[in-house]
Design a protein around this ligand. Structure first.
Ligand SMILES: Cc1cc2nc3c(=O)[nH]c(=O)nc-3n(C[C@H](O)[C@H](O)[C@H](O)COP(=O)(O)OP(=O)(O)OC[C@H]3O[C@@H](n4cnc5c(N)ncnc54)[C@H](O)[C@@H]3O)c2cc1C
Length: 299
């Protein structure tokens, strides 16, 4: 049905019925009808045209570290950007980076150049594109602090440049979460710093993560956004939910803010656990918990 996709993307970067469990850090998710891995902006625009002409739904993946794909998978096209588009240019304090660059690679690259401001991103296991869309952050830093502008295309392939103000960056939110755009690249502004001190800060953040987070288990990081003035981990501990499990999905015994895939969890297991936690927090403490993790696909 989609064989003519090879006209625009080489066969080794096109997959049919691709199990999305292999592309999410949760290691959960049914198959995508078709998945492509574009490596240039031209390929992205050709894919957009292809989907538009065929009325094919399109979902964009970065590196799948904040996504729960439901068990029946994704109908239509998945475009995975976390494996292509990896150019980085550093000029003085300004950094231009494409959406597919891994945040972990980017923060090490700029640290080597003596640029400070991305230390917070050490240990955030996604792509630059995903970090922009999520306004990813940690340890008092977030993408909002460093973004000057972002280049994106809409679904008809028209290119836009957004200033930082236009992005409405808030706590784990940006205008891109409403869909309709593909983030191509970002321009960042960093500050001069001592590489040794920058790497020391990053090592300290990595140590804190190892101590507190279940990094040896598949997860999508923090399951819920932090309600104002509260921390989700201690809240779920207070509710007696640490270690609570539905099917193969468990509230981590190391950090209750994470749901981990402990034993071949299905997306339904995770969804049921999320719902159970939300109902418990609502009924016992009057607290509304909103998932940070993005849900996609058919139940
Ligand atoms: C162990 C662990 C620790 C984590 N710690 C943190 C943390 O400290 N702070 C934090 O903020 N997050 C954290 N996360 C969550 C996650 O890593 C971030 O949200 C990350 O920024 C997502 O990037 P990604 O490339 O994986 O995006 P994905 O998960 O692939 O996608 C996330 C969303 O962005 C969209 N998207 C991705 N790329 C693009 C693009 N180029 N154009 C348009 N839309 C796009 C997707 O459609 C989806 O809606 C953690 C996750 C794990 C597993």
């Amino acid at each position: 049905m989609y064989q003519d996709i090879y006209d625009i993307i080489p066969a080794d970067r096109v997959k049919f019925d691709e199990p999305m469990a292999q592309h999410t850090t949760f290691q959960i998710g049914g198959p995508a009808d078709i998945m492509v891995i574009p490596t240039t902006v031209e390929e992205i625009i050709n894919v957009l045209r292809y989907c538009h002409q065929r009325d094919l739904p399109l979902f964009v993946f970065g590196l799948g570290s904040n996504i729960l794909v439901r068990d029946k998978g994704i109908r239509g096209m998945v475009m995975k950007l976390g494996e292509g588009l990896k150019t980085v240019c550093i000029q003085g304090q300004q950094v231009y980076a494409e959406a597919g660059v891994k945040m972990a690679d980017l923060c090490r690259m700029v640290a080597r150049e003596g640029l400070s401001g991305l230390e917070f991103a050490e240990g955030i296991p996604g792509s630059l594109g995903g970090a922009v869309v999520m306004n990813a952050g940690a340890y008092d830093g977030e993408m909002k602090d460093v973004i000057i502008s972002v280049s994106a295309v809409d679904l008809s392939g028209v290119r836009y440049d957004f200033s930082a103000e236009q992005l409405q960056l808030g706590y784990r939110s940006s205008i891109f979460q409403a869909g309709g755009y593909i983030v191509l690249s970002a321009q960042l502004k960093l500050e001069p710093g001592d590489p040794e001190a920058i790497f020391a800060t990053m090592a300290e953040y990595a140590r804190r993560r190892r101590d507190k987070q279940p990094l040896d288990m598949p997860s999508a990081g923090s399951t819920f956004k932090r309600p104002k003035g509260l921390f989700v981990g201690p809240l779920l501990e207070q509710l007696g939910l640490k270690g609570f499990q539905i099917g193969g999905a468990q509230v981590s015994t190391k950090h209750a803010g994470f749901i981990v895939n402990t034993d071949n969890a299905s997306a339904a297991d995770v969804m049921n656990l999320i719902q159970y936690i939300q109902e418990t927090a609502r009924s016992k403490l009057g607290v509304e918990l909103h998932p940070e993790v993005k849900l996609v696909g058919e139940e």
